[in-house]
Ligand binder design. Sequence first.
Ligand code: EPZ
Length: 417
Amino acid sequence: MKMLEIKGGNPLTGTIRISGAKNSVVALIPAAILSSEEVTICNVPDITDTTALCEILEFLNVDVKRATESLVINPSNMENKEIPSMYTKKLRASYYFMGAMLGKYKKVTMALPGGCSIGARPINLHLKGFEALGATVTNKENIYTVEAKELKGANIYLDFASVGATINIMLASVLAKGTTIIDNAAKEPEIVNVATLLNNMGAKIRGAGTSSIEITGVEKLGKCFHEVIPDRIEAGTYVILGAAIGNNLKISNIIPEHIEALTSKLEEMGVFLDIGTDYIIVSSGKDYKPVNVKTQTYPGFATDLQQPLTPLLTMCNGRSKIEETIYENRFMHIPYLNQMGADIRVKNQTSTIIGPTKLTGTDVVATDLRAGASLVIAGLMAKGTTKITNVEHILRGYENIVEKLLGVGANLELKDI
Ligand code: EPZ
């Protein structure tokens, strides 16, 4: 098991370069198998989720070559085998192989994880989409078989603008007969990134990034070269860190409009942001005003950033509130922040952060990816030493986090315990 030991209080200065988006690459890698030829994806982050998905590709006899920051994926000798839970349980996003293999072979059998710590995370909307395309779904102790004699385009309305369901239905319908319309589709930038890959492979997808996406089925998909967009959640995490303890901290290689809901909230607090075309420079300030945040689907305030934002709100003069509307259990970082000296109460789906309070280092546990990120920020802000265990959660989604933080003056060390 890995532990992160942080000695807090150092002002952070210098540049952090943002990596490719985890929530894009975890869909791009499965999507690549829809091609009958080689697909090159660059700006691929070196995170454990990427490694876990490449293991699934290799299990399916897909040829994967990893260069420094790119993957060359050649599915021409791929086999349609049942994917066991030893591979799929490592990350929820393994379910993108369901849509991709259904789309490619019209049949897929794979184990899928149940919910994870932040919520039940059902896949009913994914399965509803597959059935609308003509597939039948059977589930025997979490081993799903999804198959169709023929996949035919359909009009699909999503009860919730689910990111995963939107992408999985796109993957299942690109080679179907006829046209599929996804209404109430999710609009996250990662969906546009996946649709662009598929169109570069020869698919016919229009409207990605809006709430209505039209996919016209084609016969074949082929070779292409594609780039992962910058990770807006990694970017937002480091901008928040800069507002907490930065001294002209520059976050580079970002797309500022992807985190507009965050930056406008930070400015409302009184954080000064120098926002350039592909960077943000931020420093810690004083007399921050309390704010109210409500998580929403894109372009609203991202649920993935409410946990990293929480420690920063302990610096505000007064009561801030965060209402979590997407997941039912995304406040597991709060007890640890309170152990560090924060004064945060949770009632139903809303946390109330009373500030200002000073944070002091102590031993804490990362319960999930973004809770872990929240504790890293708190540890860097706190007086004294913070030891975070279960750091594997954090390494899933933040490429080279230790090196990036050391590079801007943080005092931390990753240890095996
Ligand atoms: C993606 O998860 C992200 N993960 C999540 O990031 C992110 O929080 C989420 O989108 C929302 O933006 C990846 O992209 C790998 P959803 P996803 O389907 O696709 C319910 C992180 O920290 N729902 O939009 O699973 C679901 O229970 C992770 O990087 C159904 O009810 O999100 C949840 O309450 C965490 N039925 C809500 O919708 C379904 O069939 C949002 O889910 C699907 C989802």
